[in-house]
Design a protein around this ligand. Structure first.
Ligand code: SF4
Length: 350
């Protein structure tokens, strides 16, 4: 991650629990990450790994109860978000931090014209008058390449196609020039052509506005195209983080390897099968003492079961980390297909 760009969002050691019948689900377990202005951080992992809960908690959108931020910090441009009261959060949400959801139909009000919904955001956060806000809403729809923007602004969400709805959602989230845009599976419901157009649009607006994007997805193809940095999440923790090249070409964690093997590639033949990761994630009612990936990991060692793996710097400069005993300096395991830095392997505990 480039050091000279200002940090837009910094999350430090975030823990989030959900109180449910029979106990507490430890959904987010010590997540730390940061994203700079003008850059995209992708958070990837299987469904239920905690990636959406992490960002929803930062925005104060996790329903409480049952959800509760137990500890940690989340700073937006230096301002602490956790612990803010709802009115304070409302001033920040939509203004300094925007969000695009997977299903825009559920995020937009079906009884309100699209232009009016965007204008409402501007009237609340920018104190614009109705006429000015509506003009700006049309300009925003035009900016997101919705044809006949003025006419479309007068239509209801059900009159929009899926791709256009997602563009309208982008227009609304960008209305107040947020410094951070959180995009939660923004293209999952779209066909490939529209997906490409929406991703290109997000990139273009990011280049122009310099905002940071946090992209939540399970689609590594989208990640390769959009992100500079990647955080791989598993069982409520970040298990590996680094640049796109680190994760795609020098991945160190067995779970990241498993994700990549489950991804189709251009060199595959029709008869080739994708390698699914066998097993299922651990029960987060009572997370395992050791590594959460232990029961599924082909390289598991005795120490993995009994002690939580440390976060190890894979690169010398700290830009690439892996939460795995394999990268521990005293690990004795040498595995050809995993990237393990050259380290002192004497007196190994593993
Ligand atoms: Fe596998 Fe052990 Fe690394 Fe966990 S710590 S991913 S079980 S090798």
């Amino acid at each position: 991650m480039s050091e000279n760009k200002p940090k837009a969002l910094v999350i430090d050691n975030l823990h989030v629990d959900f109180a449910v019948q029979g106990g507490r689900v430890h959904a987010v377990r010590g997540v730390s990450l940061e994203v700079n202005r003008g850059e995209t951080l992708a958070i990837v992992g299987e469904s239920g790994c905690g990636k959406s809960v992490t960002m929803m908690s930062v925005m104060g959108l996790t329903p409480s109860p049952p959800g509760r931020v137990i500890s940690g910090s989340a700073k937006l441009n230096g301002q602490e978000l956790l612990g803010l009261k709802t009115p304070q959060l409302n001033r920040i949400r939509g203004a300094d931090i925007g969000m695009i959801f997977q299903d825009p139909m559920s995020a937009l009000n079906p009884t309100m014209k699209v232009g009016e919904q965007i204008a409402e955001t501007l009237m609340i956060h920018k104190a614009m008058g109705h006429r000015e806000a509506l003009q700006r809403a049309v300009a925003l729809l035009d900016r997101t390449k919705i044809p006949e923007a003025a006419k479309r602004a007068q239509q209801y969400p059900f009159e929009f196609s899926g791709g256009m709805l997602q563009r309208a959602m982008i227009a609304m989230s960008l209305a107040c020039n947020p410094s951070v845009l959180i995009a939660d599976e923004p293209t999952t419901a779209l066909d490939v052509t529209i997906q490409n157009q929406v991703l290109e649009l997000m990139r273009e607006i990011q280049r122009d506005e310099g905002m940071a994007i946090v992209l939540i997805t399970h689609d590594l193809g989208v990640v390769a195209r959009m992100a500079e940095q990647i955080a791989v999440m598993y069982a409520g923790q970040i298990v590996e983080s680094g640049s796109v090249d680190d994760i795609f070409y020098r991945s160190a964690h067995p779970y990241t390897q498993g994700l990549k093997q489950a991804m189709p590639s251009l060199t595959m033949h029709a008869e080739d099968r994708l390698e699914a990761i066998a097993g299922s994630p651990p029960d987060l009612f009572s997370p395992p003492v050791g590594c959460g990936y232990c029961s599924r990991c082909p390289y598991a060692m005795n120490v993995c079961e009994s002690m939580p793996p440390p976060v190890v710097d894979v690169a010398q400069d700290g830009s690439h980390n892996s939460r795995c005993w394999l990268q521990h300096p005293q690990s004795t395991r040498i595995i050809d297909d995993l990237y393990i830095p050259s380290v002192n392997r004497e007196d190994a505990p593993c």
